[in-house]
Design a protein around this ligand. Structure first.
Ligand code: GTP
Ligand code: MG
Length: 247
């Protein structure tokens, strides 16, 4: 019987159990587990399990929002014969990025701090061809019954000083688990193809150290961001002319 029970216990847990049991002898039945380290290991193991569970919740929330966007894309493509977004990417923030972000906020790495202080553990980036499609998708998403818009940063209407443009939303949506309904936050970033091209290059400038002439490069990027914005506006005009010629 004993060995049957042990077989179902994961190896690292079994090592802990053996260790604890070997110290809880019949002569001293109420003896405290001697090494505080063992208890720390157990609590760490529990914390890891809750962290993994939380990440699973974020994965579910991210899939929910991604599916909502894909459904909208399918329907709008069917109706308008053109797709409102070109591509969609999603990611769960890595544990080390979560750790760094909490540290920047002066917070410890804990499940509680992650769920109450971070909004971008689950992130989706939607790349559109045209700026007006971004706002159309935004409206369609935000007006859905189970979507709550918690925060919106419109860096398209109000670009950052460096020229960065994108529309950022923090959404809250419910996920339905076996015994509960949980509300989870997901960050959605909308950009045009051209804005995404710009942001990828600018990202390299931000994260590469010791680039010579970085100030001149920043200025060039700022100027290019403006050109890109003009181009994005022209593309809408050209699209409308093409569509108008169909009438
Ligand atoms: P962080 O999430 O810590 O960055 O702070 P925040 O929530 O105040 O930032 P914000 O919502 O403005 O931006 C979040 C994300 O947008 C970043 O993680 C990047 O993916 C993107 N982003 C914001 N600003 C820039 C920028 O200047 N350049 C580039 N390339 N990406 C940016
Ligand atoms: Mg953010």
């Amino acid at each position: 019987m004993e060995s049957e029970k042990n077989q179902s216990v994961p190896l690292q847990d079994q090592v802990l159990i053996n260790y604890i049991e070997s110290h809880m002898t019949m002569e001293h039945p109420n003896q405290e587990i001697p090494e505080a380290g063992v208890r720390n290991l157990i609590s760490l193991r529990d914390e890891v399990a809750s962290f993994e569970r939380l990440m699973m919740y974020y994965e579910c929330a991210m899939s929910e929002v991604r599916t909502k966007l894909e459904v909208l894309n399918k329907e709008l493509t069917h109706v308008n014969k053109r797709n409102p977004f070109e591509s969609i990417k999603s990611r769960i923030k890595s544990p080390s990025s979560i750790y760094d972000k909490l540290a920047r906020k002066g917070l410890d790495f804990s499940v509680e701090n992650i769920s109450s202080h971070l909004n971008d553990v689950a992130g989706i980036r939607v790349i559109c061809s045209f700026i007006d499609d971004i706002y159309m998708l935004r409206d369609c998403l935000v007006q859905q019954d189970d979507v709550t818009l918690l925060e919106e940063k419109d860096y398209i209407k109000n670009p950052k000083d460096n020229g960065y443009r994108s529309l950022h939303l923090i959404l809250e949506i419910p996920i339905f688990l076996t015994n509960e309904k949980r509300f989870m936050r997901v960050e959605v970033q909308f950009r045009t193809i051209a804005m995404d091209f710009w942001a990828s290059l600018e990202h390299q400038l931000k994260y590469k150290k010791n680039i010579p002439n970085s100030e001149a490069i920043s200025e060039e990027l700022e100027y290019s961001a403006e050109l890109i914005h003009q181009l994005d506006k022209r593309m809408i005009q050209i699209r409308d002319k093409i569509n108008g010629s169909d009438l």
